[in-house]
Design a protein around this ligand. Sequence first.
Ligand SMILES: NC(=O)c1ccc[n+]([C@@H]2O[C@H](COP(=O)([O-])OP(=O)(O)OC[C@H]3O[C@@H](n4cnc5c(N)ncnc54)[C@H](OP(=O)(O)O)[C@@H]3O)[C@@H](O)[C@H]2O)c1
Length: 297
Amino acid sequence: PQIRKMLSSGVCTSTVQLPGKVAVVTGANTGIGKETAKELAQRGARVYLACRDVQKGELVAREIQIMTGNQQVLVRKLDLADTKSIRAFAKDFLAEEKHLHILINNAGVMMCPYSKTADGFEMHIGVNHLGHFLLTHLLLEKLKESAPSRVVNVSSLAHHLGRIHFHNLQGEKFYHAGLAYCHSKLANILFTQELARRLKGSGVTTYSVHPGTVNSELVRHSYLMRWIWWLFSFFIKTPQQGAQTSLYCALTEGLEVLNGNHFSDCHVAWVSAQARNETVARRLWDVSCDLLGIPVD
Ligand SMILES: NC(=O)c1ccc[n+]([C@@H]2O[C@H](COP(=O)([O-])OP(=O)(O)OC[C@H]3O[C@@H](n4cnc5c(N)ncnc54)[C@H](OP(=O)(O)O)[C@@H]3O)[C@@H](O)[C@H]2O)c1
């Protein structure tokens, strides 16, 4: 009954406070990430805004500090399209911080024209999946040492249109910007499920999230999507509303029993057949390790 009660609301109603806790939010300079970081700061956490544009990040950090009165809002450079930047971020963070209690893998790109990351990965799979995969891998020991701790991966309802084609993971044979986004969001869910299986008993739990349809800068690369978002802007969620399910998964007490689940509107949500395929999840894990030069275990 307690779980049923917890799952009955579209707003994060947790009253958990976070003094002494440390959180990292990727892509925290705008949209859903900014609102997520603001709420974590409001509750007293030390919050790292992991942003590719440090100047934008600093402006937002100051805004959050003023609004929440929490001075422990820090900006660090993180470009998920460059594994050197991810490794540098993790190295500095591990040297600087004793703990990491909440990691929100929020940053994302959608429908950008065909392009590659610094390491030659297709941009959607590179930033949305591989970048966060590497970041989580590098921070995992710290998360374990800080247990109970949580990893929240921001995916999307769009994963339903995604497929993991291992022969076309980088869009080598066929590329469609919209589908590339869907594939990467499916990868977020498969990663969450495999991570949950591997972390069983460690005190680290993980959840994937669909934030809803949110009025943010995500549609910046598509004229059509910008127009549709503008047309329906009155009906879609604000970034603050979009942050609720990430916050719910990061904060709700007792959620550990739902380790690895996918959430939408602060409820467990149904995922596509491929998103439930353990064989695909395991293979994606191994292929991701291979691409990133991480030893496969
Ligand atoms: N908005 C929606 O309707 C919706 C629906 C489903 C899922 N989502 C998911 O929600 C998450 C947040 O999206 P949003 O709607 O808040 O979009 P947004 O306003 O465009 O924010 C995306 C964030 O990701 C950052 N980012 C992009 N590429 C990066 C990189 N290479 N390295 C580091 N950071 C990078 C952006 O930084 P810059 O500002 O520097 O570009 C920005 O801070 C995404 O994962 C998205 O897939 C959103």
